[in-house]
Every structure is written in structure tokens, then in C-alpha cells.
Design a protein around this ligand. Structure first.
Ligand code: C2O
Length: 540
């Protein structure tokens, strides 16, 4: 195994998009940021220097951080932010994981432009469980704002209303041909006729689920969230924020140019969203192809939940890699949803009927501490930073996806964590609620990946649904897109001590409090305990 050293300088960089030059926050002046490549078993040492004017932290999305929770990155959860002028070095070993990961800022909304791919190849001497593709390329889907992203965030927080929608979607940082002033930079993927390419599709968008398709070409899904899946072929994939999907594409059509495109999958009728389309070009390497006008793929309608349901149904895990546990020590039921809190009428209260937006899990709207990080508080036994009374089930039972009166449930704010015994088998039912509107929620668990044993629409009904769980070949993921007005059930074994954030990967929802954290207690023995923090860990 190797050790990879990288220097990341977070800085302000002028970038021209949509006819204007903007100052955005980047890593090393690159947008998207540098792609990191390593092999399963390698160690990463990434020295981050903050030369920007905002606090920053970085997160290595999907990496389990076994015994290295101090390198996980969410601000005020596993570390205090790296202040302007300061430095912090993330060190971790990639243990028994390979596939498509990514890294992104995990402080306020900086991940809008601070992100990049993290590719973990099989150990040298081993191969993919599918024929080795000729080439491979990250396809990072993103969202672009004309305005400074921290201003977009501040406005949303100040008014208590939904944030402005983005001005473009991007593929590898470029909006593409269909937007003004964007043709020049359009991302181009060159292929030889007959070659198979591995596309590592990452949804780095801040707030939007996206459909992705390539004109006239089939996509064979081979991996999702850095876990190999049973291959299946499809025309379109849906990727939620935080999720990754690897697909194989064979260049077996007439040598020409084809668009790959992404567009919103948006569930609610009443919430605004960006309805534009981003494109990149798949170009066959022939002189004739260069002249042809690319064809657009047909993408599903923005509200096509049937396509999404079918896609999820086809995704199956590889049972030879890991077996789902059938014994359950902790059976948790979390409602996830958007709602409102009342506020005093005024400029800070622009939600409907004198309210501000809030989001919650089991009626608790999560608040980050500021004094220190949760992990430091746990490790140093600092009292008063959090409480461990996060409710394992909702405090009130009702028809979660029916016509729920808004007054029924007003979330309480809190920094409540749930304690898990080291080694316990955990099942969590995630239930979307309809207090404001039903929505998709891509829920991400730090420090773990999990089996998705069931998904469905409406209210979860244990008597009806438990028998239908897939305990044979469920997909393994780190981010589960809980269906609109529906539920999903995940399972994992709490074998990684630390404090781990569990949250909606739509940043608007995270900001409104759609999050909680688990404390996984120390087990017996050196390797089952949280090791001391590194000397350069930032202080608050
Ligand atoms: Cu990809 Cu908590 O993040």
C-alpha cells in the first residue's frame, strides 16, 4: 500500500461562467477541484491551507474513516472549522473500500464549488468484477449560482424562506451548450469506436436530484455509492445529491457526437426548482464526427417518479461481498420532513403564514454546536454541548403522508444525539412526512455504509412491509434517496466508534435542521476506541 501526499489550498479564484466572471472558492484554483486517485488500502495525507475568507472543512464522502473520525470533516461535528490563514492535515487509510468517492467542503454551503472526485481503484493485482474498461472518467454533476453562494445562504437564513434556485447545472464544472456563453467550455469526452468507457457519475449538486442520460447509448450500472452492484442496463439513471453511480458505456453507435445531459428530478409541485438542462459531449474520434451536430437524449419529465422507482428496484447488491444481518439490536423509526416554526412577523419571517422553514427528524430540528465539535466533546467529556436523548421513534403517531395539519407538529430545536453500543446491529426506518410537502430526501450516514433492505410509498407498515425486505442481495449505499411520500429501511452494524452525522444531503434541508448524529460508543481494545485527536486539530 502507498501513502499519497497532497497540498490543498482553499482560495478565491475568478472563474467565467454564464457570460460573467465570478469569484468562487476553489481548491488550488481548480474548478472542479483536483481528482484524487488511490488504491484500496492506501493512506491519504492531505494538507489543507485556508487562504479564503470563510471558515472551511473538507469531507471525504463515502470513506468510512475506520478509527480516523478526526479526518471525517463535517464542521462542528468532528472538528472545528479551519479558519482563514490556518492549516489542518487530514490523514486516513482507505480500509476495504474501492469505487467512486468524492470530497467536498462540509462547512456552510461552500461545497457548491469546493468539490472533486476521489477514485479508489482495486488493490494492485486485483481487478473490477466486470471487464476492464478502456478508459474511465469522472462525470461530476453540479449546480451553479451567479451570486456568491454564502450570500444565497445568508438570504435564505435571514428571510426564513426557501433559497434562490441555481442558475445552471454543470457537468465537470461546465454548464454546456444549452446555456448562454457556455459552448466554448463544454465538457467533451472522446472515445474510440467500439471502446467501453466507465463513467463515474457523482451528484455534487447542492439541492437537486438529477436524471442523467446519454443520447442513443445504453448505460450498464455496475456500482452505486462505491459498492459493486449486480449489473443492469438502463437508458437513464437518477442520482441524488451525495450519491454516485458508475456506469459502463460502449461506443457502438455510428461515429458522431452525442450529448450526455442532466436535468432535475423534482417531486413537489409547489417548490420552485431550476428546470434547465446541462450537457457534455460524447465524441467519437473520427474527423467526420467532429462536424456533426450532437443529439440530445430524451430525459424523463421532472416529476417522473415511476422511472425512479423502477431504477431503484433494479439496483441490487453483490451478496458475495457482505451479508446483511438478520438480528436487530436497535430498531429505530425516524420521520424526516420539512415543516415550519412560528416567528414574529417581520423581514426575518418570510415563510407562509408568519413562519420560518424548519426541517426535522423525529420532530427535532438539529442545531450545530459552536463551542467545540461534538467529537471533541465526546472524547474530552465536555458537558453541555449535546444531549443523548434523541428519540428513537416519533413522539406522536399520525398518518405521515396523508393530509397533515401544519399545526400538528412544530419541531423543537436541539443538539440531540443517539447513543449506539459498539457492535450493535441497527435498523432504521426512514419515513418521509407531508407536514409541508412530500419530498425526496437523500439521507447520508457518515462513518458507515448500509444495506437498503426495503423501500416503498405511503406509510411504512411493519406487518405488511417487513416480510418483503430484501435480505438476499440488497444494495449497499452511503446515501439513500428516501422516496417522495414514502419510506426506506436501512441496516448496518455499529462497528466504527465516534460521532457520525446522519443528514439530508440537500443543503437547504440540512441548514433547516434535517440531521442528527450518532455516538457510537467505544468498544473494548485499542482498535475499537477513538484515538487521540491530531495535534493540529483546529480549535473553535
Ligand atoms: Cu457528502 Cu455530510 O456529506
Amino acid at each position: 500500500a502507498e501513502t499519497h501526499y497532497h497540498d490543498f489550498v482553499v482560495q478565491q479564484t475568478p472563474v467565467k461562467r454564464l457570460c460573467k466572471t465570478h469569484n468562487i472558492i476553489t481548491v488550488n484554483g481548480q474548478f472542479p477541484g483536483p481528482t484524487l486517485t488511490a488504491r484500496n488500502g492506501d493512506t491519504m495525507v492531505i494538507k489543507v491551507t485556508n487562504r479564503a475568507r470563510y471558515n472551511v472543512t473538507l469531507h471525504w464522502h463515502g470513506i468510512r474513516q475506520m478509527r480516523s473520525p478526526w479526518a471525517d470533516g463535517p464542521e462542528y461535528v468532528t472538528q472545528c472549522p479551519i479558519k482563514p490563514g490556518a492549516t489542518y492535515t487530514y490523514r486516513y487509510t482507505i480500509e476495504n473500500q474501492e469505487g467512486t468517492f468524492w470530497w467536498h467542503a462540509h462547512s456552510r454551503w461552500l461545497r457548491a464549488t469546493v468539490y472533486g472526485a476521489l477514485v479508489v481503484l482495486p488493490k494492485s493485482g486485483s481487478t473490477y468484477p466486470f471487464p476492464t474498461p478502456k478508459t474511465e472518467v469522472p462525470i461530476i454533476l453540479g449546480e451553479w449560482w451567479d451570486r456568491n453562494i454564502i450570500d444565497v445562504l445568508r438570504q435564505a437564513i435571514f428571510t426564513g424562506n426557501a433559497p434562490n434556485v441555481s442558475d445552471a447545472y454543470t457537468i465537470n464544472g461546465q454548464p454546456g451548450d444549452l446555456y448562454n456563453c457556455s459552448s466554448q467550455g463544454t465538457t467533451k469526452i472522446l472515445v474510440n469506436s467500439g471502446d467501453t468507457v466507465l463513467l463515474r457519475v457523482i451528484n455534487a449538486a447542492l439541492n437537486q436530484q438529477l436524471f442523467f442520460s446519454v443520447a442513443n447509448h445504453k448505460l450498464t450500472v455496475v456500482e452505486a455509492d462505491a459498492s459493486y452492484s449486480k449489473p443492469f442496463t438502463t437508458k437513464v439513471i437518477m442520482v441524488g445529491p451525495g450519491q454516485t453511480t458508475n456506469v459502463l458505456l460502449t461506443a457502438n453507435r455510428s461515429p458522431s457526437r452525442y450529448y450526455m445531459a442532466a436535468r432535475a428530478y423534482a417531486s413537489p409541485k409547489n417548490a420552485p426548482f431550476d428546470n434547465t438542462t446541462t450537457t457534455a459531449i460524447l465524441e467519437y474520434k473520427t474527423s467526420k464526427a467532429q462536424l456533426s451536430k450532437p443529439i440530445l437524449p430524451r430525459l424523463p419529465a421532472f416529476n417522473d417518479s415511476t422511472t425512479v422507482r423502477n431504477f431503484n428496484k433494479q439496483l441490487k447488491g453483490n451478496p458475495s461481498i457482505a451479508k446483511v444481518s438478520t438480528k436487530i439490536d436497535e430498531n429505530l423509526f425516524f420521520t424526516i420532513g420539512l415543516g415550519f416554526v412560528n416567528c414574529t412577523p417581520g423581514p426575518r419571517c418570510q415563510g407562509p403564514n408568519n413562519t420560518r422553514f424548519a426541517a426535522s427528524m423525529n420532530n427535532v430540528s438539529f442545531i450545530l454546536p459552536r463551542r467545540t465539535s461534538l467529537l471533541q466533546a465526546y472524547y474530552q467529556n465536555v458537558q453541555g454541548v449535546y444531549t443523548t436523548d434523541f428519540p428513537p421513534v416519533p413522539p406522536v403517531k399520525f398518518d405521515y403522508t396523508g393530509n397533515v395539519s401544519r399545526g400538528l407538529w412544530q419541531p423543537r430545536f436541539g443538539t440531540k444525539l443517539y447513543k449506539l453500543k459498539f457492535g450493535s446491529s441497527v435498523q432504521i426506518v426512514l419515513q418521509d412526512t407531508a407536514i409541508f410537502s412530500t419530498e425526496d430526501h437523500p439521507i447520508h450516514l457518515h462513518g458507515y455504509h448500509f444495506f437498503v433492505v426495503g423501500q416503498g410509498s405511503g406509510n411504512f407498515n411493519p406487518n405488511r412491509d417487513t416480510g418483503k425486505f430484501n435480505l438476499v442481495d440488497p444494495p449497499v449505499r452511503n446515501t439513500i434517496d428516501v422516496p417522495v411520500g414514502g419510506w426506506a429501511v436501512i441496516r448496518f452494524v455499529a462497528d466504527n466508534p465516534g460521532v457520525w452525522l446522519f443528514h439530508c444531503h440537500i443543503d437547504a434541508h440540512l441548514t433547516w435542521g434535517l440531521a442528527m448524529a450518532f455516538v457510537v460508543e467505544n468498544g473494548k481494545g485499542e482498535l475499537q476506541t477513538v484515538q487521540p485527536p491530531p495535534a493540529d486539530l483546529p480549535q473553535c
